[in-house]
Design a protein around this ligand. Sequence first.
Ligand SMILES: NC(=O)c1ccc[n+]([C@@H]2O[C@H](COP(=O)([O-])OP(=O)(O)OC[C@H]3O[C@@H](n4cnc5c(N)ncnc54)[C@H](O)[C@@H]3O)[C@@H](O)[C@H]2O)c1
Length: 253
Amino acid sequence: MTQLEGRVAIITGAAGGIGSAVARRYSEEGARLVLADIVGDRVEAVAETITEAGGTAVAVTCDVAKEVDIDKVVQTAVENYGQIDIMANIAQGAMGDMAYLDETTIDQATTNFVTGPLQSMLFMQKCLPHMKERGYGRIINTASHSAVMGAPGFAPYEMAKGAIMALTRNASQEWAKYGIVANTFMPVVRTPAYDLSEQGRAAAESMAANNPTGRFGTPYEDLTPVLVFLASEGAGYVNGQLIGVDGGGFLIA
Ligand SMILES: NC(=O)c1ccc[n+]([C@@H]2O[C@H](COP(=O)([O-])OP(=O)(O)OC[C@H]3O[C@@H](n4cnc5c(N)ncnc54)[C@H](O)[C@@H]3O)[C@@H](O)[C@H]2O)c1
């Protein structure tokens, strides 16, 4: 039996490097999917590829900064499948708009928060009644090592990712009694996101050169098996954790 048989997952950022790989892997593991991304044609293409391979996926064009779009995604899951078991909050807006702290504007910080922790919070809140009903929930949120270690030039992004960690830990304490666990992962895998800014390109070069494995990981091969585990029955006692999937590139005490 595949690990996510009978499960329904919502995945945001599903047209992106990580989100599309997670979608493919979750489908291979038997989950039925709602895929959300702001780039409509790309997320539809991801859903189509999955359907052609025999899986079940519905695409929703969604700007996670808009609550009405979040409602549409959750509604799509309920209408199509009648249940929600897994919420993978992978989208993060404004990744091309990095800044040093002394130059960070309220607008940049606000956009990072709205398209990061605040939309993740809304997705979690709106999935909560459906997960409670099932007595099963797996919330998987996406942070970044930069928020733990501090990385010059990423100030608004780092602040938002730090808030995602705090949000997830809060849920881990408040919602475990419903059979819901919440964890945060911190990836280091090559995706198009690194090409969005000068800081991103420099970080990618440095991480590729310095990883102890001697390589820069890939979303499907290196990251998605961990995210399958976090979504699975077996992860029911893994809660509130901050999990680096980075080849040992960042060791955090
Ligand atoms: N790749 C890495 O090594 C790495 C490292 C640290 C954190 N992350 C995090 O992983 C997640 C995925 O990143 P990725 O590397 O796959 O990047 P990516 O750019 O390939 O994918 C991001 C996806 O999010 C979508 N998106 C952006 N704004 C949106 C919005 N307002 N509404 C809906 N969708 C929106 C984009 O269209 C894109 O498809 C992000 O949260 C990112 O911060 C990635």
